[in-house]
Design a binder for this molecule. Structure first.
Ligand SMILES: *Cc1c(COP(=O)(O)O)cnc(C)c1O
Length: 300
């Protein structure tokens, strides 16, 4: 048994399985459920009352933390890059879940992984459990090592969208994995930064696993509007009955389809795409691009 339903679609006549993590939970969607699982266990075991974490104004991670914490009765605090916008759908949602918000400038946000800055925030908010941006840490990787449970050896190729790289590190670390793993970067310009982060996070013996990252499918960058991507997302949903998200999974499906078109796979090779969820991102997407302003998001 896989951890979520699997739907087979045809991309350029090649059968492709989609692991539907977006269907697992309505609000703690996709990979975020797996990333949070052991972090939340730890918070409860250690008796922390609150979680503090970092993200952009439309972040899937922030949304998932707000939901999970409200279900568990844990206080949550979001340190957000940019300025408050009370009409933003993600901010409305997290506030409805009781999440506290703190807005910091882009310059300050760059300090988000500095121990001195984290210590200062911790002091301000009392005994908090600090989750890094995107929720990526060792416990997140441990959770993501369970995504492929039951299908570890069923595929030749596995594709997953990449933001911080925590999820991909978990996929690569899956015990008994036999597939080649490809991560499709959603952000522009992570060539020098993402790979070392992933290598540091790998767990167990991963020497035999073949994995790589592609950086040429970001469509202008994270959260940027791109007409070709937008058209593809619409067509994809109509053709296959699966809704991709606009930040991550759309780019992954596009890349896989492109690779199939370019003859990169033998006809008998089995391909799995992981749908990592992120559908709440559509609310922010419509909000930004159908009416108000063109913003630039650069953080997951
Ligand atoms: C957060 C997210 C990712 C990226 O996960 P990382 O572990 O940061 O690489 C991929 N897809 C979706 C839909 C996400 O919300």
């Amino acid at each position: 048994m896989a951890t979520a339903p699997i739907t087979q679609i045809l991309l350029q006549n090649h059968p492709v399985d989609v692991l539907r993590l977006e269907l697992a939970h309505p609000d703690v969607q996709g990979n975020k459920y797996f990333k949070l699982k052991y972090n939340l266990n730890y918070v409860q075991e250690q008796g922390f009352r609150s979680i503090l974490t970092f993200g952009g104004l439309f972040s899937n991670h922030i949304h998932a933390v707000a939901q999970a914490c409200s279900e568990l009765g844990i206080k949550s605090i979001a340190v957000l890059r940019g300025e408050d916008d009370p009409e933003s759908p993600t901010l409305k949602f997290i506030r409805s879940k009781g999440m506290e918000t703190l807005f910091i400038s882009r310059e300050m946000y760059r300090l988000r992984n500095m121990p001195a800055f984290i210590a200062e925030l911790s002091e301000q908010f009392g005994k908090v459990y600090v989750l890094p941006e995107g929720g990526t840490n060792e416990l997140a990787v441990q959770g993501c090592m369970e995504i492929l449970t039951g299908i570890e050896d069923a595929y030749d190729h596995i594709f997953c969208a990449v933001g911080t790289g925590g999820t991909l590190a978990g996929i690569i670390s899956t015990p008994g994995l036999t597939a080649k793993v490809t991560g499709v970067a959603a952000l522009k310009g992570g060539q020098d930064t993402i790979s070392p982060v992933i290598k540091k996070l790998l767990q167990g013996n991963t020497e035999q696993v073949q994995w790589s990252l592609v950086f040429d499918q970001h469509f202008g960058g994270y959260g940027k509007y791109h007409p070709a991507l937008h058209a593809y997302l619409d067509t994809f949903e109509q053709e296959h009955g699966i809704k991709p998200d606009p930040m991550y999974t759309g780019k992954m499906f596009y890349k896989v389809q492109d690779m199939i078109s370019n003859g990169m796979f033998a006809s008998n090779e089995k391909i799995l795409c992981i749908h990592t969820g992120g559908l709440q991102g559509w609310n922010g997407w419509h909000y930004r691009y159908s009416n108000k302003y063109q913003s630039s998001e650069e953080t997951p």
